[in-house]
Design a protein around this ligand. Structure first.
Ligand code: G3P
Ligand code: CA
Length: 257
């Protein structure tokens, strides 16, 4: 079956699929660390994904969970940290001794790598648990960091919180945004949500995703980037259905064409 996308697809520059290293190249290096993002660069993966939230002094950090327990040598929530704490947190040793001492990164660090290496990124803003003021500070902090990107780099901002994403889009209308959905939350009002948010992309979960759904998203004018796809044959099937991109822990193994 041939792909339903074409060379002129506005989401695929030069016909290249969007292959996104999920939390960096997280099969080879600890997720959401600079080592994982640099590994993507080293393996010619053009895009990375990073999860971001805010800490006490307004620094935007990169971390998937709401606590430090799973991916660092510390425990508990990170809300009270400041930027001075980040270098002393080991976010790599849990993965392997090779990465011991790898610090918890700030979004600022990823932006610098993007500028240096010509790396594109999907920044996923985590639904913030600290209330309205913290959420607005988080959004404004991400906008401020993205303003430091050099021209020509591509970025997509996404979130499972479509309300947060709506507020982001109002503040940064020029930045493409994608609504994240788990399979169980992908209800039939997706088109209304995407229109209200002003979304460019939909980022559905892979599990249970059908050809009909992918083609409906594309027919409605949205790019479709699917998470998390760690099977080469499944990635190929999704692209043949018209998906524009995939998030993968093995992004270095997925062909760009
Ligand atoms: O953005 C795609 C994917 O990262 C969403 O799920 O839980 O890995 O952040 P999660
Ligand atoms: Ca994520």
């Amino acid at each position: 079956m041939s792909s339903v996308t074409t060379e002129s697809d506005r989401f695929l520059s030069n016909g290249e699929r969007i292959i996104i290293g999920h939390r960096g190249l997280s099969s080879l290096a600890p997720e959401n660390t600079m080592a994982a993002f640099r590994s993507a660069v080293d393996h010619q993966v053009g895009w990375v994904e990073a999860d971001v939230d805010i800490i006490a002094d307004g620094t935007i950090i990169i971390c998937h969970d709401s606590t430090l327990d799973r991916t660092t040598n510390r425990t508990g929530r990170y809300d009270d940290l400041t930027v001075a704490d980040l270098a002393g947190i080991d976010a790599g040793g849990w993965f392997s001794s090779q990465f011991e001492g790898e610090p918890l990164p700030a979004l600022r660090d990823l932006i610098e790598l993007m500028n240096e290496a010509g790396l594109n990124a999907n920044i996923e803003i985590k639904p913030n648990e600290g209330g309205k003021e913290a959420t607005l500070r988080l959004i404004d902090g991400v906008v401020a960091q993205l303003e430091r990107l050099r021209p020509g780099l591509k970025v997509i901002v996404s979130s499972f919180s479509h309300l947060l994403l709506h507020l982001f889009k109002q503040r940064a209308p020029h930045v493409p945004v994608g609504c994240l959905y788990e399979s169980r939350t992908l209800s039939d009002d997706w088109r209304s949500t995407l229109e209200i948010v002003g979304a460019d992309y939909i980022h559905p979960e892979d599990s249970g995703l059908t050809r009909e759904k992918v083609q409906a998203f594309r027919a409605a004018g949205y790019g479709v980037n699917v998470w998390t796809v760690n099977s080469l044959s499944r990635a190929n099937e999704l692209f043949n259905w018209g998906a524009t991109g995939v998030f993968s822990d093995i992004a270095h193994q997925i062909p760009r064409r």
